[in-house]
Design a binder for this molecule. Structure first.
Ligand SMILES: Cc1cc2nc3c(=O)[nH]c(=O)nc-3n(C[C@H](O)[C@H](O)[C@H](O)COP(=O)(O)OP(=O)(O)OC[C@H]3O[C@@H](n4cnc5c(N)ncnc54)[C@H](O)[C@@H]3O)c2cc1C
Length: 382
């Protein structure tokens, strides 16, 4: 396996030379970016965060964030698929049994296994930490009936980290997480979600109709699913989603800057749009949004890595901040891009649509602000 630094350099190169030029095709055809995922697998990037003892590169959350920002800049659909894969991988590495890790993680490291999260349910929407499905005992085993919504890489991933209330749960947060293999009996993928943006992330509902849950595939001790969501999934997802949003914002800034520096009016003696004070003002606002969100992400990662007790506040805040920055930057970029941006040429309109996803993707910006406000005021989160 190449080193983390080699992988990140390879990711920069692939993103610029291969994924960015394919991004419009992925978007227009709404097709899963299979070729990109194969490239990420072949080069070792799908194994970036797999511990070295299982053949991975042993990358940190910060390394994953760097990779995801670069991917988000090139092709946000590819970035989202990779983000959910890194989140699933983190749960398997942290909570899987030794046997499960030995059988799965080397394949992830070799790029032969894609995973994802299947948490959201129709019955609890954006409150993904409170699934309404409940595992049911059946003789010695367990079965699950669940209606999962908006699963990224639905039907494309090889495995799914599935949440459920534990059998006989006494409360809504007594949860378990299980790994369910693609093609398990009773596993069905529904009609594609067809979102406004991230058109290639194969988002679709999934029905689990009496799917067998095997004890050896449970991720963590019985009833520990909620804690795993908070301690493993939330940090990885929040910083990863923020990084994807920053990548999208960076792309919007780059594309609109290219437009305003090259678009010239004959009637104004060939002066570019960039010479107009209002255009400069909007560029400054975009730069401030981007730079402050990027600095906040770096600070969040620093605090999380140092075990700072306040890190959770930033982990809650960073996805909201980066999501808002992406929408603000992309909106200004659309204004500056004029008719060519609006007319679906040159990628800006795609980037604008991609930027909207993070605000509603659970935990939604509104929910995060509720959590953050509670945390700031010492009010219990749940
Ligand atoms: C691109 C994309 C990819 C996704 N990928 C996955 C995936 O891989 N796996 C997965 O499990 N899920 C995934 N999801 C689902 C996602 O995580 C959310 O569950 C889903 O977007 C919530 O949608 P909903 O329509 O049920 O929202 P609703 O529950 O209907 O919420 C709508 C809005 O209500 C408001 N709201 C709700 N509760 C509160 C509150 N307490 N305080 C303030 N406001 C509130 C918020 O503004 C929220 O946006 C994905 C979603 C998107 C958009």
């Amino acid at each position: 396996m190449p080193s983390v630094q080699e992988l990140l350099a390879q990711n920069e190169k692939l993103s610029k030379e291969v994924f960015a030029p394919r991004a419009d095709e992925v978007d227009f055809s709404r097709s899963f970016p299979r070729k990109n995922i194969q490239e990420l697998g072949r080069t070792g990037l799908l194994g970036l965060t797999v511990p070295t003892e299982y053949g991975g590169a042993g990358g940190t959350m910060s390394d994953a964030a760097q990779a995801l920002e670069t991917l988000g800049h090139a092709c946000a659909s590819t970035a989202m698929v990779t983000l959910m894969h890194y989140c699933g991988t983190a749960v398997i590495a942290a909570k899987g049994s030794t046997a499960l890790k030995q059988s799965l993680l080397p394949a992830v490291a070799r790029g032969e296994h894609l995973t994802t999260l299947a948490f959201s349910e129709t019955g609890s929407g954006g409150h993904f930490y409170m699934p309404v499905s409940e595992a049911a005992r059946n003789g010695d085993g367990l079965r699950l009936k669940a209606q999962k919504s908006f699963v990224t890489s639905a039907g494309e991933a090889d495995s799914y980290v599935v949440s459920t209330r534990k059998a006989g749960a006494g409360g809504p947060t007594e949860l378990d997480l299980y790994l369910v293999a693609k093609g398990a009996e009773g596993f069905e993928v529904g009609k594609p979600f067809e979102g406004l943006g991230l058109a290639g992330n194969a988002s679709a509902p999934m029905k689990l109709d009496d799917v067998e849950l095997r004890e050896q595939d449970r991720l963590g001790p019985e009833g520990s699913g909620f804690q795993t969501m908070m301690e493993v999934v939330l940090p990885n997802f929040q910083v990863g989603a923020a990084a994807v949003s920053l990548g999208i914002a960076g792309a919007a800034f780059r594309l609109s800057s290219a437009h305003v520096t090259t678009r010239k009016y004959e009637h104004a003696a060939g002066a570019p749009l960039a010479a107009i004070p209002r255009v400069q003002f909007l560029a400054a606002e975009m730069a401030l949004e981007l730079r402050s969100a990027r600095a906040y992400l770096a600070e969040t990662l620093r605090r999380a890595a140092s075990g700072d007790p306040e890190a959770m506040l930033d982990i809650l805040g960073i996805k909201a901040k980066a999501a808002e920055a992406a929408v603000a930057v992309a909106s200004h970029a659309m204004t500056l891009g004029g008719g060519s941006a609006y007319g679906r040429r040159g990628g800006l309109e795609r980037v604008f649509r991609d930027a909207q996803a993070a605000a509603v993707m659970a935990p939604a910006t509104d929910v995060l602000k509720e959590f953050l406000g509670k945390a700031c005021l010492g009010v219990p989160l749940f």
